[in-house]
Design a protein around this ligand. Structure first.
Ligand SMILES: [Zn+2]
Ligand SMILES: [Zn+2]
Ligand SMILES: [Zn+2]
Ligand SMILES: [Zn+2]
Length: 155
């Protein structure tokens, strides 16, 4: 059973057979359901979120548009045992997570639950952007960070 992706480069849906090459990935990987965290091939995910992914025909163009050669890859970073710095706030205090929309840090699961309850009623950014099909701004910033730290490495 195939599933769909949305090519965010040209803005069209495309069918995928179960594995796809993601931007910056050296090889194809199994598509996971964003809602269930299981491979798309397992079960019915027709109602689930569609992953944004440039299609095979536009992937090279997308890479070039971002300033990379189509063959450019980023090695997955080693997980350090201390926990990634992503899970600490600016002061180094451990957080359990953060909001991808407004970048609010959560110091406990309760806080996170409160923030995401009632269709994220507590999150001003999500309320503003939810109807516009944007990527969460923080996620976009993280992708931007990958590009920036990468540029620095080349200098
Ligand atoms: Zn796929
Ligand atoms: Zn699903
Ligand atoms: Zn495309
Ligand atoms: Zn939020």
């Amino acid at each position: 059973m195939s599933h769909r992706h949305f090519c965010d480069y040209e803005g069209h849906y495309w069918d995928c057979e179960g594995t796809a090459v993601r931007l910056f990935a050296p090889e194809a990987s199994v598509c996971m359901c964003l809602n269930h965290g299981v491979p798309m091939e397992e079960g019915d995910h027709s109602e689930c979120s569609v992953e944004l992914l440039s299609c095979p025909a536009h992937r090279a163009d997308h890479m070039r548009a971002m300033g990379y050669e189509p063959g450019y890859t980023v090695e997955p970073r080693d997980q350090d045992t201390e926990g990634s710095p992503m899970f600490k706030d600016e002061d180094g205090i451990r957080i359990v997570g953060f909001c991808l929309w407004c970048n609010k840090n959560f110091y406990s699961m309760d806080e996170e639950e409160l923030h995401t309850a009632n269709d994220m009623a507590d999150c001003p950014v999500f309320q503003e952007l939810k109807d516009q099909h944007f990527m969460p701004p923080v996620l976009e910033m993280m992708l931007e960070d990958v590009r920036l730290s990468d540029d620095e490495a080349e200098r």
